[in-house]
Design a binder for this molecule. Structure first.
Ligand code: HEM
Ligand code: MTE
Length: 470
């Protein structure tokens, strides 16, 4: 709209409290919705967009896609949103200067490198997580990719090395789309710390998200480079490298076993789309590997090189991180050579609503509990058990899954349970959940036996406490 002032994303982000005013953006518009906050028919969730864009939320809650809502919004327009590309007053000595814009609804665990998770209550509101709210796990600054000259290198020593432009990749290989959940091995680390201090980023239970990934099968690229099924003895590992590098020049990298990479039913992708759009900068633009069913660390972002090898990836993150130790091994005693790199994720579940520490009204008679469950290796979820009395009595939750083939269940299962508030609640509910996967693997009840100094793979029953008000 002509004549209205132009505001940058930085300026909008400063307005997220009642005293400064609450601003939001939608497409090209900037809106001051301070006076609408209390009137919002959808309740307090609107606060999540304070200082940021409305788009990802309106993609989740489709009720907003109506003329009536757009008319309400237009009443609050105060300006035009400046094209993000025009803002260039960056400190170029900062290696993170080129990191992209992030939505303020993400809860930041570390700014540089950027690590952040969506609010758990949003995760269960939609099967697929909007790109802007998908958790971000970066070890290094987001690298710049020279898109004009970019080529993916696929190397099978003694056979072929192929260099594929994005066009070539898209034109000459069959396209596949899979829905897959990504979970960081450090998800729920903060709760493990509550048991005994661990070392690592303090993730709550939002280091998990789900997207529809589109790309080509890794297997097809390897076949093109001359790899055959008979080559397993020679090339036990397929290594990946990302464009991001540390101060010593070491790239982020990982590797997976040959049998995982070459299995046509394992659906390992080299992806260029995330939920139907080009992969955003934080998630690996232009290409990333998707290894469904494995810990997120193996799904290398900003992928530029694939190599078949008799060795695992030499990268720090394959060799000296993302490995687990027994509970007696403490700081200073870690011998990474003795432990295998984690690949498939064990069975996991967590409660997303109600919020830990919130209150329910006894007059409601029931409490509705929602969460997610997921297991690695394509193992589906058979059942989720939920208790409101600390695990004395269990209820079976209703499950919603993506209808994927048994043994190729790459996406999570969302679940919901409506449980009567027990008469002897004593003023509080001790809510916990546990999932059972298709191999009948179960989650351990406490962290005692799985505690590890790096705080990885915390799959103990998720427990929260909720007050009951009379
Ligand atoms: C419902 C407007 C931002 C979450 C509604 C409704 C309106 C509205 C008019 C009622 C729709 C109906 O019942 O037909 C707006 C406006 C917004 C805004 C003008 C921005 C200024 C948000 C945000 C969120 C959100 C940022 C979430 C983070 C919801 C939810 C409902 C709702 C969950 C209830 C949906 C349901 O009952 O199915 N909003 N909204 N809204 N809104 Fe918003
Ligand atoms: N790839 C590169 N190149 N650099 C990284 O820092 N982080 C890994 C993995 N791939 C990482 C990477 C980790 S630990 C996880 S959990 C996932 O990416 C997170 O993916 P996301 O940021 O898209 O959620």
């Amino acid at each position: 709209i002509k004549g209205l002032p132009e505001y940058s994303q930085e300026e909008v982000a400063k307005h997220k409290t009642p005293d400064k005013g609450i601003w939001m953006t939608y497409k090209n518009g900037v809106y001051d919705v301070t006076s609408f906050m209390k009137a919002h028919p959808g309740g307090g969730k609107i606060w999540l967009a304070a200082g940021g864009s409305l788009e990802p939320f309106w993609a989740l809650y489709a009720v907003h896609k109506s003329d009536e809502v757009f008319e309400i919004l237009e009443e609050y327009r105060i300006g035009n949103y400046q094209d993000a590309d025009k803002i260039k007053h960056k400190d170029l000595s900062d290696p993170f200067a080129n990191d992209p814009y992030r939505h303020p609804a993400l809860r930041v665990n570390s700014e540089k490198p950027f690590n952040a998770e969506p609010p758990p209550s949003l995760l269960v509101d939609s099967f697929v997580t909007p790109n802007e709210l998908f958790f971000v796990r970066n070890h290094l600054p987001v690298p710049q990719c020279d898109m004009q000259n970019f080529k993916l290198r696929v190397e099978v020593p003694g056979k072929k090395t192929i260099n594929l432009s994005m066009d070539n990749l898209k034109k000459n290989f069959k396209e596949h789309t899979i829905m897959a959940t990504m979970q960081c091995a450090g998800n729920r680390r903060s709760q493990m710390s509550g048991y005994k201090t661990v070392k690592g980023l303090s993730w709550r239970y939002g280091a998990i998200s789900t997207a529809e990934w589109t790309g080509v099968k890794l297997r097809d690229l390897l076949l093109q480079a001359g790899l055959t099924e008979e080559d397993e003895a020679k090339f036990a590992h397929i290594q990946f490298e990302g464009l991001d590098k540390d101060a010593s020049g070491g790239h982020y990298g990982s590797s997976i076993p040959f049998s995982v990479a070459m299995n046509p039913f394992r659906d390992v992708l080299v992806a260029y789309k995330m939920n139907g759009t080009d992969i955003p900068a934080d998630h690996g633009c232009p290409l990333r590997v998707i290894i469904p069913g494995n810990i997120g660390a193996r799904s290398v972002k900003w992928l530029y090189k694939i190599v078949a090898s008799d060795q695992e990836s030499p990268s720090h993150w394959q060799q000296n991180d993302y490995k687990s130790f027994n509970p007696s091994v403490d700081f200073g005693q870690l011998d990474y050579k003795t432990a295998p790199a984690i690949q498939e994720y064990p069975v996991q579940s967590a409660i997303c609503t109600p919020r830990d520490g919130s209150k329910v009204d006894v007059d409601e008679e029931k409490v509705t509990i929602k969460g997610y469950a997921w297991s690695g290796g394509g193992r589906g979820i058979l059942r989720v058990d939920v208790s409101v009395d600390g695990g004395k009595e269990w209820h079976v939750a209703e499950l919603q899954d993506a209808g994927q083939k048994i043994s190729r269940v790459w996406a999570w299962t969302l679940w919901e349970a409506e449980i009567p508030i027990p008469k002897d609640h004593g003023g509080k509910l001790d809510i916990c959940c546990k999932a059972i996967d298709s191999s009948h693997n179960v989650q351990p009840d406490t962290m005692k036996g799985i505690w590890n100094v790096r705080g990885l793979l915390n799959t103990a029953w998720h427990r929260i406490h909720v007050g009951v008000v009379q």
